[in-house]
Write a protein that binds this ligand. Sequence first.
Ligand code: ZN
Length: 133
Amino acid sequence: MAIPRFWREIPSRYNLVGSRCGNCGAVDFPPRVVCPRCGRTSVGRMERMKLTGRGKVVSFTIVHDAPKDFEMMKPYVLAIVEMEEGVRLTSQVIDVERADVKIGMPVETAFRKLGQEGEAGVIHYGYKFRPAL
Ligand code: ZN
């Protein structure tokens, strides 16, 4: 069941807050408590930082066979976006014609409804990307 994990991630999903290692400067999103590169030496030296929300498409695919929750919007563009901070995120790209999505295209985050959980109507929101102006 994905809900507990989802609720734990809400603050960072909404604010796009990652972590930066005080040792090597590496940025991670979602934020980490320990730097995956430095290990123990980074404990207590991790800082929270807000990502700019800007990046570029480094890879993408058109998803024709969408999972059930996404059915109403298929097919859609799923891209790997490299943020200005160097972190890579996988997310949907919206507000663009599929044929217009290109490698290297500048994008920015947009917060949209991700899906709805059953009849209780818990609506998931999170980040997606749209072409940057
Ligand atoms: Zn580090």
